[in-house]
Design a protein around this ligand. Structure first.
Ligand code: NAP
Length: 272
């Protein structure tokens, strides 16, 4: 069965829109974009369109590549203090002269719609509910829940240990009582770990999942997104091969990608 992220994202965005229309205060998302990275510009534009579509006010603060770290931190502090602003997102990557960690740590945890601040990461790590879960991991869990995939007691293999996907999704699965194996480039015998898992979540950016799954109800979620040698968008999973043996599989495109934006809008509609 296909885990249809596109279809679920439409349902979630409809719900977010309804929720926003019933709020007393309109949520206001500020997206800060530094420099002229063309991919970042596209991501920011898409976030702005998605926000407008669900009735969330959005402001994009575009700063030049040369902006000082001090200026950027001051701007974030102003938005933290501004009661009209309910969500703040700094588009990454940032220019080399700006300390990304300092920037993230300056965002108020209650406005941190990306869920990247130490307080939100820490709350997740110690088993508390963060103010915001990071968008992609939350989108993945929403997708599993939509298809009633049992997480509790499952053997889950997460491939990739980034702060934005691998680590937080592993924490979220753990919080839901899965037994989690978090794999990375030093992991030995990866194929065997993948084959025997109940749930595989791959966030690498390389064709890494290319084996038959042992369990017929196994679930394979493909987070990876990159262009193959023909310039086509593809994911980490050899879809044709793995779909023959897995019970559930998410496609690329149309799987985790649309869930990420829906999940971000769900976060942006929260007003603390
Ligand atoms: P990342 O920072 O790009 O890191 C990649 C991870 O993969 C690292 O932890 C690395 O291990 C691991 N890795 C690399 N080669 C490996 C191998 N041979 N075996 C096992 N693990 C290996 O991770 P990311 O930012 O999470 O991005 C991963 C992919 O997901 C990218 O394609 C990205 O575009 C995509 N992505 C998609 C969405 C979406 O919404 N669909 C959102 C975010 C990211 P080490 O730590 O040991 O180097």
């Amino acid at each position: 069965m296909i885990l249809d992220g596109k279809a679920l994202s439409i349902k979630i965005l409809d719900k977010v829109k309804e929720r926003v229309s019933n709020l007393e205060k309109q949520p206001h998302l500020v997206v800060i974009l530094v420099g002229n990275n063309s991919a970042s510009e596209i991501y920011v534009k898409n976030k702005q369109i998605a926000a407008e579509n669900v009735g969330i006010k959005s402001t994009v603060l575009k700063l030049p590549e040369s902006v000082s770290e001090e200026f950027l931190l001051e701007k974030i502090k102003e938005y933290n203090e501004n009661p009209d602003v309910t969500g703040i997102l700094v588009q990454l990557p940032l220019p080399a002269h700006i300390d990304k960690n300092k920037v993230v740590m300056t965002i108020s945890p209650k406005k941190d719609v990306d869920g990247f601040t130490p307080e939100n990461v820490g709350r997740l790590a110690i088993g508390l509910t963060p103010y915001f879960y990071p968008a992609t991991p939350q989108g993945i869990i929403m997708l599993l829940d939509e298809y009633n995939i049992p997480i509790e007691g499952s053997d889950a293999v997460v491939i990739g240990r980034s702060n934005i996907v691998g680590k937080p999704v592993a924490q979220m699965l753990l919080q839901r009582n899965a037994t989690v194996t978090l794999c990375h480039s030093y992991t030995k015998d990866l194929e065997n770990k993948i084959k025997t898992a109940d749930i595989v979540i791959s966030a690498v950016g390389n064709k890494i999942v290319r084996c038959k799954m042992d369990k017929k109800n196994s679930v394979v979620v493909d987070v990876g997104i990159f262009r193959d040698s023909n310039g086509r968008l593809t994911g980490d999973v050899d879809f044709d091969l793995v779909s023959m043996s897995a019970g559930y599989i998410s496609p690329v495109p149309g799987g985790v990608g649309p869930m990420t934006i829906a999940s971000l809008m769900y976060n942006a509609s929260k007003v603390y």
